[in-house]
Write a protein that binds this ligand. Structure first.
Ligand code: BGC
Length: 291
């Protein structure tokens, strides 16, 4: 499917390729320990695999997809890396605490949290139920709060270990272009991501003196199960490309590559930033010709 769509696109627009570059992940996280929430599929899965390829030991968190999480662990181990699968619903305080305890008792320390777990429950605003509003806020925002708090507590206990990293710890919040782009029909989701932005920046401001870095990656349209209807037919893909100046859909590996860099000392002076990984979706593509 991807090849067909790419070929169609190239014919119409005379572009050489729409495939992302295939790059080896640099080994820049040796000796570090990471928790990646919601990493049994989609963007989280790619981040877990990329961090492991960079040398980190990875706790692959899942809420319900145990089998898929074990597959990710198997892939990591098959490539020579180290990983465990850890169950936790990130919206539940006791389960989050247990996940951090398991990771710390397995590997002794924690260096990286990737707050990735998230979901959509879409509805027209007038039909949006309180339950769907609440569930999205619970997972996407409260879940990131609970995990970030547990991570900061662990980072402060450990302090800086210069042989591992210049920072005492790194938190990467996976947000969305919808932390700044309003999204009709997805009010709960956009509200949760807008919340992540100022939560992330406020935590970053508070913990920077402890040398803890907190940033967000804000993906645009990435080919995952959460948005299948936006890319799985040629018509949908063509519509989607009207919103993407770079004229290709994002792949989960695009986010994994940035997460590796943001977790590493290569980005040591970055904290409190939103990094948009969106092929230009936030560049007001409607103004390419309008305005
Ligand atoms: C959403 C996707 C959507 C993308 C761009 C993401 O945050 O989860 O469903 O395709 O934003 O609109």
């Amino acid at each position: 499917m991807a090849d067909t769509l790419a070929t169609n696109y190239c014919k119409e627009n005379d572009l050489p390729t729409v495939e992302p570059p295939k790059l080896a992940v640099p080994k820049i996280l040796p000796g570090q320990v990471a928790i990646v929430t919601g990493s049994s599929s989609g963007i989280g899965r790619a981040i877990a695999i990329a961090l492991a390829a960079a040398g980190a030991k990875v706790a692959v968190n899942y809420a319900g997809g145990e089998q898929k999480a074990r597959e990710v662990v198997g892939l990591i181990e098959g490539a020579g890396g180290t990983a465990i699968a850890v169950q936790a619903d990130v919206s539940k305080e006791n389960q989050v605490e247990a996940m951090f305890e398991t990771t710390l008792s397995t590997w002794g320390n924690l260096d990286i949290l990737v707050n990735n777990a998230g979901l959509q429950r879409d509805a027209a605003f007038v039909d949006l139920s309180l339950a769907d509003w609440q569930r999205v806020l619970d997972v996407n925002l409260t879940g990131q709060f609970l995990c970030a708090r547990a991570a900061v507590r662990a980072f402060k206990r450990q302090g800086i270990r210069p042989s591992v990293s210049a920072a005492a710890g790194k938190i990467i919040c996976i947000s969305s272009v919808h932390d700044v782009i309003p999204w009709a029909g997805h009010v709960n989701y956009a509200a949760s991501k807008g919340g992540v932005m100022l939560m992330m920046k406020s935590i970053a401001q508070e913990v920077a003196p402890f040398r803890i870095r907190v940033n967000s990656i804000c993906p645009g349209a990435v080919r995952t199960p959460i948005n299948t209807e936006a890319w799985s037919t040629p018509e949908a893909y063509a519509e989607l490309m009207k919103l993407v100046p770079y004229k290709r859909i994002g792949e989960p590996e695009d986010i994994g590559n940035v997460a590796v860099w943001l977790a590493s000392d290569h980005s040591d002076y970055i904290t409190g930033s939103n990094i948009y990984v969106d092929g230009g979706m936030t560049l007001y593509p409607g103004f390419e010709t309008g305005g």
